[in-house]
Write a protein that binds this ligand. Structure first.
Ligand SMILES: Nc1ncnc2c1ncn2[C@@H]1O[C@H](COP(=O)(O)OP(=O)(O)OP(=O)(O)O)[C@@H](O)[C@H]1O
Ligand SMILES: [Mg+2]
Length: 238
């Protein structure tokens, strides 16, 4: 398998504080890879570094065989990398429809209609609510909008930061089922950041553990789930 995304020795900083410490990580074409770790471990930073903000101060980020670490963020997005950031950032005053449309526009996807039908098929709730202002949706529905908006750009690589945050178990299962379905049906490659380690490792082909900005463990989802250190640190009560 070829690596669609390959980070080698990536370090990033916020001012003088080092948030990522020489991170090596690969996501192969067609894979779901999950990154787990405690609060403040650097999971969101890793995802944002792939998008060029903050910029990697050392190391290499290769995407589809090309170095992207020095590219401006809009150039990175244009290469069909879509990010659904932490905290369901929807445009509250815009309708569901308009939010989705924005996702297509930023990436220059001309076939908005077809893509939107696909998003509606994945999240029928959004189709029922397409005229509703996004800010008045429930938390889970807003998360669907955030993921849907990322999908509207027809990404090859989808970066999902904590899609299950704050959601009820039923909604978490729906979101995870949607990710699995997209991956199986369309081969979409996904890098998933999750605190919900149990569900994420069951969903993912492979996973990485991030501790204080450094990768400490990697393996298949099943391997990581079976590790006693993982169970103790991330799955207790889960
Ligand atoms: N804009 C910023 N300026 C300064 N420090 C930051 C900034 N963003 C994050 N940090 C710091 O970098 C470290 C990693 O943060 P990050 O948000 O990547 O963690 P995380 O693993 O996503 O955590 P969580 O699970 O809570 O979302 C933390 O110590 C955080 O305080
Ligand atoms: Mg985070």
């Amino acid at each position: 398998m070829t690596a669609l995304l390959k980070l080698s020795g990536v370090s990033s900083f916020y001012g003088a504080i080092q948030a990522l410490k020489s991170v090596d990580l690969e996501v192969h074409e067609g894979e779901i890879v999950t990154l787990i770790g405690a609060n403040g471990a650097g999971k969101s930073t890793l995802m944002m570094t792939v998008c060029g903000n903050p910029r990697a101060r050392a190391g290499s980020i290769r995407y589809d065989g090309q170095e992207i670490a020095a590219l401006p963020t809009f150039e990175i997005m244009r290469r069909r990398i879509a990010q659904s950031p932490e905290g369901r950032r929807v445009f509250a005053r815009m309708t569901v429809f308009e939010n989705l449309q924005m996702g297509a526009e930023v990436a220059g996807n001309p076939d908005t209609r077809t893509t939107m039908d696909e998003v509606f098929a994945l999240f029928p709730r959004l189709s029922e609510r397409s005229a509703q202002r996004a800010g008045t949706l429930s938390g889970g529905e807003q998360q669907m909008v955030a993921i849907g908006r990322a999908l509207m750009s027809r990404p090859r690589l989808l970066l999902l930061d904590e899609p299950s945050l704050g959601l009820a178990p039923l909604m978490v299962r729906q979101i995870f089922a949607a990710i699995r379905d997209l991956n199986r049906r369309t081969g979409l490659t996904v890098l998933l950041v999750e605190q919900n380690a149990f569900q994420a490792l069951r969903l993912a082909h492979r996973g990485y553990v991030l501790v204080n900005g450094a990768i400490t463990m990697a393996g298949t989802g099943a391997e990581l789930l079976a590790r006693p250190e993982i169970r103790a640190a991330y799955l207790e009560g889960g």
